[in-house]
Design a binder for this molecule. Sequence first.
Ligand SMILES: *[C@@H]1O[C@H](CO)[C@@H](O)[C@H](O)[C@H]1NC(C)=O
Ligand SMILES: *[C@@H]1O[C@H](CO)[C@@H](O)[C@H](O)[C@H]1NC(C)=O
Ligand SMILES: *[C@@H]1O[C@H](CO)[C@@H](O)[C@H](O)[C@H]1NC(C)=O
Ligand SMILES: *[C@@H]1O[C@H](CO)[C@@H](O)[C@H](O)[C@H]1NC(C)=O
Ligand SMILES: *[C@@H]1O[C@H](CO)[C@@H](O)[C@H](O)[C@H]1NC(C)=O
Ligand SMILES: [Zn+2]
Length: 508
Amino acid sequence: MSSLFALLAVLGSASASVVPSPSTPSTLLVTSTAPSSGLAECLKTSYYGTYGGQASTQDHIYLPTQECLTGESALDGLSAGSLVPLNFENGNDGSRIVWVGQAGVDQEVLSLQNSEDAWTTISEVSREFALLSSDDSAQQVLSSTRSSSHSQPIRLLHQSPTSLLLHVPESYLPMIDTFLPSHLVPVALPSKPLPALANGWEPVPSQFARYLANVTKHLRFSPEVDKIVSDGIELNQIRRDVRWLTGEAPSGIVSRHSFTPGAIKAAHWIKDKVEATGANCTLHTFIEGFSPNVICHYPSSLNSTEHVILSAHYDSRGSFGSTRAPGGDDDGSGTGHLLGVAHAIGTQGVKFKKQVVLAFFAGEEQGLLGSHAYAEHLHEKNTTILLQVQADMLAYHAPGEPLQIGLPESIHLPEASWLIGNLSQIYSPELVVGKTAACCSDHQSFVSYGFPATQVFERNGWIADPFYHNSGDLSQRDNYDFEQVVSIAKVTLSGLLTVAGYTLAEGA
Ligand SMILES: *[C@@H]1O[C@H](CO)[C@@H](O)[C@H](O)[C@H]1NC(C)=O
Ligand SMILES: *[C@@H]1O[C@H](CO)[C@@H](O)[C@H](O)[C@H]1NC(C)=O
Ligand SMILES: *[C@@H]1O[C@H](CO)[C@@H](O)[C@H](O)[C@H]1NC(C)=O
Ligand SMILES: *[C@@H]1O[C@H](CO)[C@@H](O)[C@H](O)[C@H]1NC(C)=O
Ligand SMILES: *[C@@H]1O[C@H](CO)[C@@H](O)[C@H](O)[C@H]1NC(C)=O
Ligand SMILES: [Zn+2]
């Protein structure tokens, strides 16, 4: 049993009497009915997102005002759902409502991972997690990361067979991952309603889908693109970089959990490496205390305002109760792949016609916090994004299976996934293209803001990596396959070249 277990107290579901401020939405609406054009206007403007990797068990969340709910027809058309009175802030005081759901781990791996802890099923977790004690010992452990006092506990707001909704005070947000068993992942709700449904109901405006469908339709093998990706992506370089990030090579890093010195060190190192390939990188602090996003920008050679974004998260998560997190696969592989793409851009002398961003996010493991802040910022600046692709876990290759590239089953723009699938067949035909319900990576933040986004993953189907969210997630182990990382990097780089357009520098 983990020592943290002792810090958690089951205090039932009694709720404190907090007086809601008039501006605070007073009800949480969780429904299994997907948004549609028939929704009441006051629901469309109180939409907080769709959660879960499997379409059949997704939660659609709204925070309507009392006024909205008392309107006769507000709930018409919703076939099932729950209304939960909400007496807490979301965002204004730094606290957040956090959805917790299944990452999509293979049953076999799940049974391997199950220890004697009771933290296995959603209902067991919710029982243990119902309320987190704010006693002195808990404060001592957590005050090593935050100086603020724990005046509020974590509260369970809602529970379904496949998900939980928690109210997480600011002081617990940095560590929320360490309180969850490896197969459960958090996604923080935004602090303001999402814009996606406010204009009609299209999650991603249809012109972006049409644009990508047209790109796919006209896709042809290009010997030049093939040469750039084949010559540019180098396995040895990716392996060296991944091993530096995990500490397997002497970097001094033992963890890249967002609240460790290793993450800060990694951020500065990534910035230097990518800048050496011709980009400008900025360290973007999104919440005080979290390690920053590293946002690297290659300017457009034609003054275009259109953007293409590739991303990964460089932060990582350890075993239950631990912040020791070398993150070799999750997401050292996606981060190493992005460094491989940057290296190729540099060595092959690629100049993009459109703006290209390589984004390395932090705070992913605490609920997609870094990517959410960045996507919100891009939305506020009215940035045009033609394609966003997140690479999260590329290296695990189960014995006896072919090399694979998994595209999302839900929470993506299908046209974005089809383009990546078609590029894969052209430039990395060794990969079998398929679908995964593995859940909840940073592309979700882009989908939330109506951007055309997708993800690439190591497998078609469930997560099979036995070292998923484990402090032993290193690269020197069975079935960690750098060949698969290289193949997937060729696909994402071909996507950048195809959608952003490019020229090659003389003599490169
Ligand atoms: C579709 O793509 C082709 C080839 O890139 C381009 O010539 C054409 O203008 C595009 N059509 C539309 C409607 O965007
Ligand atoms: C990076 O930023 C510096 C300072 O703003 C600027 O001088 C330089 O041209 C930029 N380089 C690129 C590749 O954008
Ligand atoms: C880009 O815009 C700047 C300022 O608007 C202008 O000076 C420059 O000539 C433009 N470059 C190209 C390639 O159009
Ligand atoms: C973004 O677009 C909206 C609506 O067109 C406009 O009101 C707003 O000023 C724009 N913001 C920026 C930063 O351009
Ligand atoms: C290729 O694109 C078409 C749509 O143009 C899509 O139906 C198909 O599934 C894509 N192939 C792959 C392997 O993703
Ligand atoms: Zn991940």
